[in-house]
Design a protein around this ligand. Structure first.
Ligand SMILES: *Cc1c(COP(=O)(O)O)cnc(C)c1O
Length: 396
């Protein structure tokens, strides 16, 4: 007869069983998110090599920008070398000044916060909450009511004396942030809105693309994102003047002219090379397939975790469509996550915790912040599961 100890299955072991069942027949090693090339990638890149148009100008840059703007339902897309450069350039376009504060979730990838630092500006960390893992708007409104003061030239932090110049929400793991509540808050406090949409290609909110919200949204096409250009990013906007400034500042602030070599500001060399844009255009053609397969995978995980007593699958918030860039579960007990991650990784399922929250990193630990207990609680319980497109496809 078995005694109780021998019968007891650990949460880690049960979790491994669930993931094994969903991903039955997958490879020995399952990374968090792998790229997939199966369309015109070879043809378009060969075309760049054959014609010599590999660098910072070329027809694929224009074609990819046009196609991207259409898919994202915005007027303009400006391609950049990576998502971090897109964030940096977008803040420069917004006119963010040294020593101004930018409200940003602590629950994000370090690139969001680094880009603020490149401006000489100061990240001011705000809390995140379920169901979208983005800005907790109610809590932020209350907080700003205490620490912020509206003056004729903008919003000020009365504790630091610095201007609060913008709000930078993140669409986390491919879930749409609450666009309406965020817009309402931004209007109330006269804050420009820049969204980090690096993980959000394919997301919609209330039947519309998330990319029309705010002043601008940035994307990333890093190798682990929904589609990739090797390295790459973009700035999306509906504003003609912001788009024009973004294109100017990312191309060394060169004054357009047939032969004159003239620059009228300190610009960046942040344009995406044509060879990367060629890859991007081919990948964008595959986006509907990628999104459909990712959705299939998310649904399989969701079903498998429905009966689980110690972890909850993170489903798309109501009235939204998620890209499910990463499939996420929340452990009910933070204390059980370490052993679960260890068992999953030992078995070749390269699951990952959330990023360490920004306010806990040494270079950002002294930045201004509101109460971040929501962030700390979520960050301690998140597990991201293998989420590659191929895993969803293997289910059919
Ligand atoms: C990937 C990512 C970025 C940065 O993109 P890079 O292209 O790697 O520079 C920024 N923010 C978030 C939330 C990301 O996931």
């Amino acid at each position: 007869m078995l005694n109780n100890n021998e019968k007891k299955i650990t949460p880690g072991g049960e979790l491994l069983d669930i993931v094994r069942r969903v991903l039955a027949g997958s490879n020995d090693i399952n990374p968090l998110h792998e790229p997939l090339f199966e369309g015109n990638e070879w043809a378009y890149i060969k075309d760049c090599l054959d014609t010599g148009w590999v660098s910072s100008v070329g027809s694929y840059v224009d074609q990819f920008e046009d196609a991207l703007a259409e898919v994202c339902d915005v007027r303009h897309a400006i391609l950049t070398m990576n998502g971090t450069a897109a964030l940096h350039a977008a803040m420069s376009v917004l006119g963010i000044q040294r020593d101004e504060e930018i409200l940003v979730p602590s629950l994000t990838f370090v690139a969001t916060t680094n880009a603020i630092s490149y401006m000489g500006a100061v990240p001011h960390f705000v809390d995140s909450s379920l169901p979208d893992l983005s800005v907790d708007t109610n809590k932020l409104r209350q907080y700003l009511g205490h620490v912020a003061q509206k003056r004729s030239d903008g919003l000020y932090n009365i504790q630091t004396g610095r201007k609060i110049a913008a709000l930078l929400p993140v669409h986390l793991y491919g879930h749409a942030a609450k666009l309406d509540a965020i817009q309402e808050l931004a209007d109330e406090f006269h804050l420009p809105l820049l969204y980090d949409g690096a993980e959000a290609l394919g997301c919609s909110f209330d039947g519309r693309s998330v990319f029309g919200a705010g002043e601008m949204t940035t994307l990333s096409f890093n190798g682990n994102k929904i589609i990739t250009t090797g390295g790459g990013g973009a700035i999306l906007t509906n504003s003609d003047s912001l788009a024009q400034k973004a294109k100017h500042i990312t191309t060394t602030a060169k004054v357009p002219h047939r032969w004159r070599l003239d620059h009228d500001a300190i610009g960046f060399n942040y344009r995406m090379p044509n060879i990367n844009a060629a890859l991007g255009l081919a990948q964008l053609e595959q986006l509907p397939n990628h999104l459909a397969d990712k959705r299939k995978l998310a649904q399989a995980y969701e079903k498998a975790f429905a009966e689980c007593s110690f972890a909850t699958f993170l489903s798309e918030p109501e009235n939204t469509i998620s890209s499910y860039w990463l499939c996420t579960i929340l452990m009910h007990q933070a204390s059980e996550r370490g052993s679960a991650l260890e068992m999953l990784n030992d078995a070749g399922y390269l699951c990952r915790p959330a990023w360490t929250p920004m306010h806990q990193l040494p270079m950002y630990e002294n930045c201004p912040r509101m109460d971040l207990t929501g962030t700390e609680d979520l960050a301690a319980r998140i597990i991201n599961l293998p989420s590659s497109v191929t895993l969803g496809r293997a289910l059919s």
